[in-house]
Design a binder for this molecule. Sequence first.
Ligand code: NAD
Length: 494
Amino acid sequence: MTTTTETFESHSPADGRVIGTYPMMDADEVREVVDRARIASLWWADLGFDERRRRLLRFKGLLARRSRELAELVHAENGKPTDDALLEIILSVEHVNWAALNAEKVLRRRRVKPGLLTINHDARVEYQPLGVVGVIGPWNYPVFTPIGSIAYALAAGNTVVFKPSEYTPAIGQWLIDAIHEVVPEQPVAQLVTGKGATGAALCESGVDKISFTGSTPTGKKVMAACAASLTPVLLECGGKDAVLVDRDADLDKAADAATFGAFSNAGQTCVGVERVYVHQEVYDEFLTLVAEKARALTPGHGPDSSYGPMTMPSQIEVVREHVRDALARGGQAVVGGPESVGEGVVEPIVLAHVPEDSLAVMEETFGPTLVVNPVRDMDEAVDRANAADFGLAASVFTRSRATMERVASRLRVGMVSMNSWVMYAGVSALPWGGVGQSGFGRIHGPDGLREFARSKSTVRERFAIPLTLTSFARHPNTTEIVRRVTSVMHGHGR
Ligand code: NAD
């Protein structure tokens, strides 16, 4: 194996100490890893559903037992409070469990009904593994996000090559080591480390699919790189999620959810709340509640802080620019302001009456800021929520079941939480993914298993019938007989 001499370090966002040093892997090294994964993929696919389930359930057990150790590492390398780290690990345990227990049910070979024309055939569909899946991950949920691809890809019978964010390679290494503990025989999950170039090399390495989670601009580069070899891609990209609050909503509950959704993880959440559209009749009351809750937060470097420092230093400038732009266009700072944007920790910022064409409303801020704007009614709220190019998720708060359902069905997003924030993430059977600039493809649930499999259709003639259509020797009347049957069966449709 060739070895690289160039390395990079990951640092604690709290105090800058070095967490780990990792090789900056080039295209040749990535290819070697993928080659090993390809050999292992034959063995892993041959193990079958039962044995793979056993291994993945062992991995689940290990994650659950050592969750505190992993949470400490997430706190150190990503900066989020330990309890928030535990939360993403607990959700990940649920997903590994679900993928392990349901892969066979979702992907096994099954019969489908043949139509009248093919009544003499037995028809079946099965979902075979793709081979090697390349997973490229972000730093903001360094456990939950990659596990949504890794666990489901493994359960579907693929091997995985994982490229974690350059900000969280130690967490990536921990996950891969843990999988190796439960599958020591073959490298079914391997790590490649480096920056963007290593991710780009993975796209061009001959893997059978790339599952990418990260920003929209990078997602476009990934898709372009994969186009050259027609490597399929799944893109989980950015968001600009909105909360919609109707006049009959439980305002305290809605304010609590919006505050947690906006500020937890320092706002660095793809489905984080960045905008709230509130019915004008309850706008002032709601804004007061959110402002109170935001002012009570205590961000910092400690394990028990409300939220931690910004993980990626370059994002601080984006937050600053969005806040400045909102205020320059006439928005009001209700809590904090440009002065809240520090060097590491950004204090909570609540902005009101921000023009809809400003950066803080249209672009992903990815920081602890929240825009709260009034609307005439829920129809206007939906129109405004849908005006963003992103379409990841949204939440709606109302006591009316009818309004809830109507609003949810009209929102152009992949996921909706009603009278709560983000709870779809906790239901493993529900698919996760966005529309528009938020990407396409789905992780989690049955759709998330099928993303990492290719369907194969088979038909088997059970008995011969005189009406053979696909032969040069067919009788001249055959097509006419079938035409008449088709006309009788389907010709009445208008
Ligand atoms: P990013 O796009 O900067 O990086 C993501 C990953 O892509 C990293 O591992 C990076 O090294 C790699 N990369 C960079 N350039 C590449 C290239 N040319 N080819 C291949 N890989 C390359 O994103 P980030 O800052 O790590 O993560 C934050 C973003 O992720 C936000 O936009 C957030 O909304 C999004 N996100 C989305 C979801 C979702 O489920 N939709 C979940 C978490 C985060």
